[in-house]
Design a protein around this ligand. Structure first.
Ligand SMILES: Nc1ncnc2c1ncn2[C@@H]1O[C@H](COP(=O)(O)OP(=O)(O)OP(=O)(O)O)[C@@H](O)[C@H]1O
Length: 224
């Protein structure tokens, strides 16, 4: 397995002076291609902070962040946006689907907007992904006509549009009942096995974490 992501001595402190809040305190972590890893840790331990940095949405205060052998710590905003669009997908606790649009439109719009147009290829990929996540018969449903678990499966399809090497998921099952949560995790596991996409999934749910092959625990600003 090859190394996909590497962070070394990662430090993140919010604020300055009296209000400075150190969150990550020299964290080291390596993720390989094709990993399925759970990110665990008490509330406030810095899981979301780490995911936000790994997603290139925020820079660390100090430390090194490499992905696909590129040094992202020294990249500028334009380079980071391009890198993120090509290589990283996101799934959040709340699906953030556009309510007045169909499942298919929700899957292809973010990519279409970034590309400046909606192509036939994007529509074909969107349809294929919705089939993959078991929503082939719901493509034309509006987001508001879908259940919570179905919406989250649309969000997973959306995250996969650009064939990212890494999908970062921040409590993707946090808002779902047990059965839907298990279905969403089974789906993530299946995609991970079939496509070699690495997943890093923050969760409070040990049952969800056990489904993952690796458990990464954040404690006191570093990985235990
Ligand atoms: N923008 C910010 N400014 C100041 N402090 C912040 C900011 N974002 C997060 N924090 C603080 O950083 C710490 C870590 O927050 P983070 O959201 O990363 O934790 P978490 O492990 O994801 O928590 P949870 O499991 O509750 O979602 C918390 O103490 C939080 O208050």
């Amino acid at each position: 397995m090859s190394t996909l992501v590497e962070v070394r001595d990662l430090v993140k402190t919010y604020g300055e002076g009296d209000t400075a809040t150190p969150v990550l305190k020299g964290l080291n972590l390596t993720l390989d291609t094709g990993e399925l890893a759970a990110l665990l840790g008490p509330s406030g331990s810095g899981k979301s902070t780490l995911l936000t940095i790994l997603g290139t949405l925020m820079k660390p205060t100090s430390g090194q962040h490499l992905m696909l052998d590129q040094d992202l710590t020294s990249a500028d905003d334009r380079e980071l946006t391009e890198f993120r669009n090509r290589h990283i997908g996101f799934v959040f606790q709340f699906h953030h689907l556009l309510p007045d649009f169909t499942a298919l439109e929700n899957v292809i719009f973010p990519t279409a907007v970034k590309a400046g147009r909606e192509t036939a290829a994007a529509r074909a990929r969107g349809r294929e992904l919705l089939d993959r996540v078991g929503l082939g018969n719901r493509m034309e449903y509006l987001a508001t006509q879908l259940s919570g678990g179905q919406k989250q499966r649309v969000a997973i399809a959306r995250a996969l549009m650009n064939q990212p090497e890494l999908v970062l998921a921040d409590e993707p099952t946090g808002n779902l009942d047990r059965e839907s949560a298990t279905q969403v995790m089974d789906l993530i596991g299946e995609i991970n096995r079939q496509e070699e996409t690495s997943f890093l999934i923050s969760t409070h749910d040990e049952r969800i974490a056990e489904i993952c092959r690796r458990q990464i625990r954040v404690l006191d600003g570093s990985v235990g």
